[in-house]
Design a protein around this ligand. Structure first.
Ligand SMILES: Nc1ncnc2c1ncn2[C@@H]1O[C@H](COP(=O)(O)OP(=O)(O)O)[C@@H](O)[C@H]1O
Ligand SMILES: Cc1ncsc1CCOP(=O)(O)O
Ligand SMILES: [Mg+2]
Length: 272
């Protein structure tokens, strides 16, 4: 049972999203562009992969949210990211960070610190990326997580407190915290990490949910719950990662707000 109630509960956010599909500006990597756009469309949002600095700032002014992903980082991408962040901040819209492989090279470590300092509403990464961002030892290998989400729990809470962002750590079981509130979210499928760019697509979906609520914690929980429920459904009858992929897109589209109310969300908030 979800137990997650109130106007910020995932089912209410999904209803709002489907009633008025938010425009989400995604600055994501070359691997993820098509996958993430299809994920947003299936879920009920409206993606736009607009990243050049010549227009990224202006576009952010009309988007409901911006998402920034460093997966295939370059100087040109970075210029577009900075322009989009400024545009989102000027328009009072949230932006979401995906620190892909931020532990891997000095360039990524430096860029990601600069981005975190620009106050993302949500940081969504795998446990290895979040451990690195929190200044702890990470066993990450390239873009893939190699640490358990439980190992990143304390680091995630500290990162949320120091950055002001909601931190969403994904893996076999997901963890979301704003530094005080925290939940574990169960579901999904072991075929998900065998499909490239699903984490990147989830970050874009966090942007879609952030566009329909002012509470970034609720937004992250809503997006992760949507993935958890759709992933578990798609797993049924899937023979492997290949047949899982189209079932997952179908499931994202077919998940109802009522089904999201059944997401397995366990409270893990620190007592005040
Ligand atoms: N072993 C697993 N079992 C169930 N769901 C998983 C598993 N590993 C990852 N997921 C899900 O896959 C999605 C992407 O997460 P993850 O693989 O951690 O991101 P990334 O692709 O950035 O490394 C999330 O919804 C997460 O819950
Ligand atoms: C394979 C790869 N290489 C650079 S970005 C990327 C996609 C990573 O996607 P995800 O973090 O969602 O697994
Ligand atoms: Mg990733």
């Amino acid at each position: 049972m979800s137990g997650w109630e109130g106007s910020g509960a995932p089912e209410h956010l999904l209803r709002a999203l489907r009633a008025e599909p938010p425009l989400v500006q995604c600055i994501t990597n070359y691997v993820a562009m098509n996958i993430a756009a299809n994920v947003l469309l299936a879920a009920g949002a409206s993606p736009a992969m607009v990243s050049d600095a010549a227009e990224a700032g202006e576009f952010a002014g009309i988007a409901g949210a911006v998402t920034i992903n460093i997966g295939t980082l370059s100087a040109a991408f970075l210029d577009g990211m900075n322009a989009a962040i400024l545009g989102a901040q000027a328009a009072g819209r949230p932006w979401v960070l995906d620190p892909v492989a931020c532990q891997a090279t000095r360039y990524r470590r430096e860029v990601v610190q600069m981005l975190v300092a620009q106050r993302p509403a949500i940081i969504r990464g795998n446990a290895s990326e979040i451990l690195s961002l929190a200044g702890e030892a990470s066993h990450g290998q390239g873009v893939d997580g190699r640490d358990t989400v439980a190992a990143a729990e304390d680091g995630a809470r500290r990162l949320a407190q120091s950055s002001g962002a909601v931190v969403a750590v994904t893996g076999a079981v997901d963890y979301v915290t704003d530094g005080q509130r925290a939940v574990w979210i169960e579901g999904g499928s072991p075929f998900m990490p065998m499909n490239t760019a699903l984490g990147c697509a989830l970050t874009c979906l966090c942007g879609a949910y952030a566009a329909v609520t002012d509470d970034a914690f609720d937004a992250a929980v809503g997006a992760l719950a949507h993935f958890a429920v759709a992933g578990a459904r798609a797993h049924e009858g899937a023979a492997g990662p290949g047949s899982f992929a189209p079932r997952f897109l179908d499931a994202l589209a077919l998940v109802t707000p009522e089904a999201l109310a059944g997401a397995v969300i366990r409270d893990a908030s620190v007592p005040a």
